[in-house]
Each structure stands twice: as structure tokens, then as C-alpha cells.
Design a protein around this ligand. Structure first.
Ligand code: NAP
Length: 231
């Protein structure tokens, strides 16, 4: 008898924080998970803490197109099809607009926007072809344009652009591939700091919920606490 294979999720920037917690939640939900990290040693150490046979560690630097392609190729060579993509890798430059140099601006865009641009190009065509896909772009309310000036400048602009990419990709794939953005809230991680009010488990909840949406679920939306919010 043909047993249906597990869904496979790939989470970028999964060496710590919300990415690592998303891996844990998706593993608990029974998915096979690719824990993708730009530093293999850090990725392996993180995976050891989760101790699950369903987790595979891959090197993936989202700022490096060759690294994204090489990761996709290794998975394809091993017959692993990526059904779920969580674009979580991110950096948080806090420099204000007039102190911002081009290098910082470029790095923010390269990681927070172009990272997802690259991975979506690498993995979404396969999802569309197979008739199933879930993409979650881990964004931020700081990038919202409604009732908010995107901030800090480089971060806010990069997340506003990631939100735009979310809509563009959701319109470019068939309805069987659901593409959404999530704001995890202000979360206690290295990025969010110790004073943040939200624990990592709650922060990753909307992300892993969107990663496991049923076929009747939404696409092209922006969500926090499992509720739609304004772009
Ligand atoms: P974090 O603790 O600083 O972790 C960031 C992760 O991204 C790390 O695993 C880091 O890897 C990885 N990363 C950075 N650059 C990368 C690259 N070029 N390629 C691959 N991985 C890369 O941050 P976090 O709080 O978990 O944030 C995760 C996501 O949530 C980000 O997109 C962030 O913007 C978003 N977010 C966070 C908050 C919050 O309050 N924490 C709020 C809103 C949105 P290394 O370990 O190698 O550095």
C-alpha cells in the first residue's frame, strides 16, 4: 500500500529564536523539518537540542543566491520536496534614517526582502507543480503602512517590502499554494530583547499555524495572533 509521505517544511534562520521555535512546533505537529541555518555548526547544535529524527539540518545563507540554490539542489538530490517554506531569517538594524548608510540599508534589504525573494523563487515552482504549498513570510507590524511609519528605517522598509512580496507571490501561484505574512509580536529573542512581553512559543504560534493551514485557509494576508491585520 502507498503511504502518503509527511509534509516537509523548511525554516530559514532557524539556529535560534522564532525560527528554532517554529522548527520545534512543526516537528511536534508531525512534519518533517529542514532546519536551515547560515552556520552549519550553530544549526546542528540547535537541532541537537530538539532531538528529533524528523529534523534535518541544512546550510542556507539567505543573502547568498548560490547558497539557496545549493541547498535546494541537495534536497532535490535526496528526493526531498519542500511543501512549506518559512522565511524567518532576519536582521534588525536600528539606525535612524539620516544616520543610515547604504551598506546597512542594502544588508537589511538583502536579508529581510531578497532572502525571501530567493527562496520563493527556488521552492514555490515545485509547490505549484505538486499542487500543495504553504509560504510564511515572518514580517513585522513595524513594516505596516496603515497607521504606522515603517521603522526603524531600514528594518521597517525591508518588512514593508516583504509584505509587498507576499502579495506578489500569492498572486503568482495557484490557490493550492497559500502565501501569507506573519507578525510574531514583540518577542523575547536575541532580536527582541529580554524586555519583550511575548515568549517565543507564542511568537512562533501564528507562524506555525500559517505553515499548516488547511486547503480552505487564507492566502495573501497579514496575520498576528492568528488574526488578520492591516498591511
Ligand atoms: P534572532 O533571535 O535575532 O534570530 C535571527 C535568525 O536569523 C538567526 O537564526 C540568524 O542566524 C538568522 N539569520 C540572520 N541573517 C541570516 C542569513 N543571511 N541567512 C540565514 N539566516 C540568517 O531574531 P528573531 O527574534 O528570532 O526573529 C526572527 C524573525 O522574526 C525575523 O525575521 C524578525 O524580523 C521577525 N520579528 C521578530 C520580532 C521580535 O520581537 N523578536 C518582532 C517582529 C518580527 P545566526 O544564528 O547565524 O545569526
Amino acid at each position: 500500500m502507498n503511504r502518503q509521505r509527511n509534509r516537509t517544511a523548511l525554516v530559514t534562520g532557524a539556529s535560534r529564536g522564532i525560527g528554532l521555535e517554529t522548527v520545534r512546533q512543526l516537528d511536534r505537529a508531525g512534519l518533517d523539518v529542514v532546519l536551515a541555518a547560515r552556520d552549519l555548526t550553530r544549526g546542528r547544535a540547535a537541532a541537537r537540542g530538539l532531538d528529533s529524527p524528523r529534523i534535518r539540518v541544512e546550510e542556507l545563507d539567505v543573502t547568498d543566491a548560490e547558497s539557496v540554490e545549493a541547498c535546494a539542489q541537495r534536497l532535490a538530490d535526496d528526493g526531498i520536496e519542500c511543501d512549506v517554506l518559512v522565511n524567518n531569517a532576519g536582521i534588525y538594524p536600528t539606525v535612524s534614517y539620516f544616520s543610515l548608510d547604504e551598506d546597512i540599508m542594502r544588508r537589511a534589504l538583502d536579508t529581510n526582502l531578497m532572502g525571501a525573494f530567493r527562496t520563493c523563487q527556488a521552492f514555490c515552482p515545485g509547490m505549484a507543480q505538486r499542487g500543495y504549498g504553504r509560504v510564511v513570510n515572518v514580517s513585522s507590524g513595524l513594516g505596516a503602512l496603515t497607521g504606522n511609519v515603517p521603522s526603524p528605517a531600514a528594518y521597517g522598509i525591508s518588512k514593508a517590502a516583504l509584505n509587498a512580496l507576499t502579495l506578489v507571490v500569492s498572486a503568482a501561484v495557484p490557490a493550492s499554494v497559500k502565501v501569507n505574512a506573519a507578525c510574531p509580536g514583540w518577542v523575547r529573542t536575541d532580536m527582541g530583547g529580554r524586555g519583550a512581553p511575548t515568549g517565543v512559543e507564542e511568537g512562533a504560534d501564528t507562524v506555525s499555524w500559517l505553515a499548516r493551514l488547511p486547503d480552505s485557509g487564507p492566502t495573501g494576508g497579514f496575520f498576528r495572533n492568528r488574526r488578520r491585520i492591516d498591511w
